[in-house]
Design a protein around this ligand. Structure first.
Ligand SMILES: NC(=O)c1ccc[n+]([C@@H]2O[C@H](COP(=O)([O-])OP(=O)(O)OC[C@H]3O[C@@H](n4cnc5c(N)ncnc54)[C@H](O)[C@@H]3O)[C@@H](O)[C@H]2O)c1
Length: 254
């Protein structure tokens, strides 16, 4: 019988941002494919809700409060998961914020600039650094960083977010090459606009701009993004590393 390479049976998968949107849909799909999902987020109500939903379907999950913006918290949590389970097979890093939108770069304070950089870029680096040693030792790992079309093309009015996501795309490319022969695969996924809470405070002009650039003429759904993520987090994603996968309704065909 052919091995089912998208199965995650017996695997430990860590999902950040699991309380909402893309992270939530990914946690549910990864659990459905057989993983024990460890859901992490700053939002406890959302965490509880996703874990309840996973468990009620007969799949397996647990949650911990977790802040991507705290290096100490990121490193300690990963260490604790490794201690408890002896392994982490995959990490889906879907936690994040947009920071200021609809603002000229010169009007953004340094404090406003640093927040998305800390959560979206530094947090992603800390979690990668934290999981890499044991993944390399076990000669297996899948790391999925959710970036954004904003990091490839730059959305006007969102310079901190563009910077964080572009930085993360570059980080993934180089780390992937470092780890290429180790069994650890790391890739990015760049969505265009997806229907999630993150867009609730995005200005109408920015939303219109983003949707107008999508040839399919519609917003994407979290479940569609989760399908790509579940592949990237599985043994099936075995000969692609350092890549920025696209989920943009045809906006980015490169
Ligand atoms: N929705 C879109 O249009 C879109 C487009 C491109 C990229 N993305 C990216 O997708 C990822 C997921 O976003 P989403 O659209 O699902 O939004 P969302 O707001 O629904 O989910 C983001 C989650 O991240 C969590 N989070 C925020 N700060 C955190 C922190 N410091 N530590 C841990 N968790 C934190 C939130 O609590 C929330 O549950 C983000 O990286 C976002 O930049 C989203």
């Amino acid at each position: 019988m052919t091995e089912d390479l998208i199965s995650l049976a017996g695997q430990i998968s860590v999902v950040t941002g699991a309380a909402s949107g893309i992270g939530r849909a990914s946690a549910i799909l990864l659990a459905r494919r057989g993983a024990h999902v460890i859901a992490l987020d700053v939002n406890e109500t959302g965490l509880k809700s996703v874990v309840d939903e996973i468990k009620s379907s007969g799949a397996s999950a647990a949650y911990h409060l977790f802040d991507l913006g705290s290096e100490e918290n990121v490193r300690q949590r990963i260490k604790a998961i490794e201690k408890e389970h002896g392994r982490i097979d995959s990490v889906v890093n879907a936690g994040g914020i947009t920071g200021p939108t609809g603002m000229q770069t010169e009007d953004i304070t340094w404090e406003q600039f640093l927040k998305p950089l800390t959560i979206d870029l530094f947090g992603a680096i800390w979690i990668t650094q934290a999981v890499m040693p044991l993944m390399k030792e076990r000669k297996y790992g899948r790391i999925v960083q959710v970036v954004s079309i904003a990091g490839k093309e730059g959305n006007p009015g969102m310079s901190p977010y563009n910077t964080a996501k572009a930085g993360l795309i570059g980080y993934v490319k180089g780390v992937a090459k470092e780890a290429a022969a180790s069994g650890v695969v790391i890739n990015s996924l760049a969505p265009a606009v997806i229907r999630t809470a993150i867009n609730e405070n995005t200005t109408e002009d920015t939303m219109k701009y983003m949707i107008s650039r999508i040839p399919m003429g519609r917003i994407g759904e979290s479940e569609e993004v989760a399908e790509m993520i579940a592949f990237m987090a599985s043994p099936a994603c075995s000969f692609t590393t350092g890549f920025t996968f696209d989920i943009s309704g045809g906006r980015a065909t490169y």
